[in-house]
Write a protein that binds this ligand. Structure first.
Ligand code: AMP
Ligand code: MG
Length: 320
């Protein structure tokens, strides 16, 4: 069975093909604004412009045509409404034209499912860290239950905002990671973990008012050490509370080596298992949507409206 997955929730338009759960192709392009952050309608314009090329590349590198596709999955939410509509409309068009069944996929669950598939860990606590989302999740009673989450902005968003102030264009994560690796001096930043929830906006304000004595490297270093420690503390608490003995980290920020290192040290200290997900599947991509649509292949769905606030725990999971 060939499944096409379409991702368009935010900055990235992606298309991927899986055959019976095996990834055949994963093509994408991310909007990189010349200045400032992501403007929803600019993201949508980017996606409309590139959709057909990315789709064609995904089909070509999988070695199939649209008439071979058995099921289409699209990212139904959460995300930016104009961006979400592109994936919904492209999938609706293809579904009508080629008579292919379609399922709407929760974007956060796709990040979780690709992480389970890549690491081979069946039932971990999952730290889901991306631009807009930060959640500590595990599977319980037919749902992905959110045990902890950000009370304000997503961790990627914090990194991007601080990066922007330092003159680093979106997405700032990779550059901040490089700078941090050269940092030497730690300045303490507001550390805010409440149970399994975290809060980041105080750090943004604090950094914006720092007197400028710290070098860019040291600011990046202090930032990473503080926020990653918060995230790993919340994850460890969830592991203890839910009695789970493994952790995976997924989402765009899961590309960060230091975050993975902290996760792996914490797991080693409590004799738990930790596996890093491959870089290719950390950030938004079409293959994770195709993979999750494949898992959902028996779902009977007729509500295809985009859901900008589609929460991880709203979805009833019937395939596990
Ligand atoms: P996503 O929305 O899941 O594609 O994640 C995008 C977010 O991941 C953006 O906020 C990026 O800045 C962030 N990101 C990407 N690479 C890294 C990295 N190496 N370290 C930290 N954050 C990163
Ligand atoms: Mg994402």
């Amino acid at each position: 069975m060939y499944v096409l997955g379409i991702e368009s929730t935010a900055h990235t338009f992606g298309a991927g093909i899986v055959e019976d759960g095996k990834v055949l192709s994963n093509e994408r392009d991310t909007l990189k604004p010349a200045s400032g952050g992501i403007v929803p309608r600019e993201a949508a314009a980017h996606h409309y412009r590139l959709a057909s090329t990315i789709l064609k590349n995904a089909l070509d590198s999988a070695g199939i045509g649209l008439k071979d596709v058995d099921l289409i999955g699209f990212s139904q939410g959460p995300g930016l409404i104009p961006a979400l509509k592109v994936g919904a409309q492209v999938s609706a068009y293809l579904s009508e034209k080629y008579m292919i069944r379609r399922v709407g996929v929760n974007h956060c669950i796709a990040h979780l499912e690709i992480a389970r598939a890549c690491t081979g860990i069946d039932d971990p606590v999952m730290l889901y860290v991306s631009g807009g989302n930060t959640q500590v999740i595990t599977y319980l009673g037919g749902r992905y239950v959110v045990f902890g989450e950000t009370e304000d902005i997503g961790v990627g968003n914090l990194i991007d905002k601080i990066g922007r102030r330092m003159g680093i264009p979106f997405p700032a994560g990779p550059k901040i990671e490089k700078l941090a690796a050269a940092g030497k001096k730690y300045s303490s930043l507001p550390y805010s973990v409440k149970g399994m929830d975290v809060s980041f906006s105080g750090i943004e304000t604090y950094v914006s008012r720092m007197p400028g004595k710290d070098s860019a490297e040291d600011v990046a270093f202090s930032l990473q050490e503080t926020v990653f420690a918060m995230l790993i503390e919340a994850s460890e608490r969830a592991m203890a509370y839910c009695k789970k003995d493994s952790l995976v980290i997924t989402g765009g920020v899961a590309a960060n080596a230091r975050l993975n290192e902290m996760g792996s040290v914490m797991c080693r200290e409590r004799s738990a298992r930790f596996e890093r997900i491959p870089l290719e599947y950390a950030g938004d991509n079409g293959a994770m949507i195709a993979h999750t649509a494949y898992l959902m292949r028996d779902y009977k769905q007729n509500d295809f409206v985009v859901k900008p606030r589609y929460r991880t725990d709203m979805v009833e999971i019937t395939y596990r």
